[in-house]
Design a protein around this ligand. Structure first.
Ligand SMILES: [Fe+2]
Length: 318
């Protein structure tokens, strides 16, 4: 079991931020028999490890005994399946293309809440063969810096509108004419800055999400023409494509026992396809919050009902 003391905890954090918010710790498969240890380890990365029973999360993702652990697996009852297979890279490149829209599913975790979670920890317990089911990370600080000054200034004045994928507001749902779910106040889509300043490193980053996690009824960008073919949609597509170029992306090939720690404040991530009819993939996830940055100073949690209603009331089918 990993033992942390104050000294090595501080140096782990220093290394984490020096590595632009991405770290892997190997050999932690024994946590499967000690799930609270994952929560204790997560506490190193922020003041609050989230209780998923109190967030906008369907109970099919809940761990049996530890409410801070989210289960991600294709097996029932979770039935969480991977995105479609990306086309292969062309030319002399090998492996799948990582760039949107060849690769779908790029997102930051639960960005439809304000403040959004800071850091995600993913522990691999069952994995498919080595060339499947990778997790990709895109450096949105480097991606922002690569834009022109004028583009950066424009983006700094804009806000994206983020929404859960299951409420009829995703690009695909709007294009299909799916019904839009009536929501309670604490479930409503949330505006997030398109550019965030990291509270620890001070670096600015793009903050965007996949088309299934933004609002294509009223957005995806506040103040720009809404809808799946509007000016806002064009902007998000071009930013997703820009930020997920190979040069900004790290692809993690999993081994059982890997704990991958990723900072949602400056990274996009996505799972890739695997053959979920043949293989099981099981990840345990925690998210840590409490230091979202100055854009969220003093805010209450948007997803906590003020009227005593259930967090997921009316959304149970999700
Ligand atoms: Fe995720």
């Amino acid at each position: 079991m990993l033992r942390l003391c104050a000294d090595n905890a501080a140096s782990i954090l220093r290394e984490f931020y020096a590595a632009r918010g991405l770290m892997v710790i190997k050999g932690l498969q024994d946590i499967r028999d000690h799930p609270r240890a994952l929560v204790e380890l997560s506490q190193l990365f922020g003041p609050e490890v989230e209780n998923y029973h109190q967030t906008l999360t369907s109970q099919r993702f809940f761990h049996d005994s530890v409410p801070e652990i989210l289960i991600l697996t294709n097996d029932p009852p979770c039935n969480h399946h991977p995105p479609p297979r990306a086309k292969s890279a062309g030319g002399n490149r090998t492996g799948p293309r990582v760039q949107f829209p060849h690769q779908l599913n790029w997102h930051t975790d639960q960005s439809y809440r304000r403040p959004p979670p800071d850091i995600t920890l993913l522990l691999a317990l069952e994995i498919p063969p080595a060339d499947q089911g990778q997790t990709l990370f895109a450096d949105c600080g480097a991606a922002l810096k690569a834009l022109s000054e004028a583009q950066q200034r424009r983006l700094e004045a804009l806000q994206g509108i983020h929404a859960p994928g299951w409420i009829g507001r995703s690009r695909k749902a709007v294009e299909n004419g799916d019904p839009v779910l009536d929501l309670l106040p604490h479930q409503l889509p949330q505006r997030q800055p398109l550019v965030r300043r990291h509270p620890v490193t001070g670096e600015s980053s793009l903050f965007i999400c996949e088309e299934s996690q933004m609002d294509y009824v009223d957005g995806p960008v506040a103040g720009l023409e809404p809808g799946p073919h509007g000016e806002g949609a064009d902007l998000i597509r071009s930013l997703l494509s820009h930020a997920t170029q190979q040069k900004f992306v790290y692809a993690h090939e999993w081994e059982v026992g890997d704990l991958l720690v990723g900072d949602n404040r400056n990274l996009l991530h996505c799972a890739t396809w695997y053959d979920s009819l043949r293989y099981s993939r099981l990840m345990w996830r925690t998210t840590v919050m409490g230091n979202p940055g100055r854009e969220y100073a003093g805010e209450l949690k948007s997803w906590i009902p003020r009227d005593g209603s259930d967090v997921m009331a009316g959304m149970e089918h999700a």
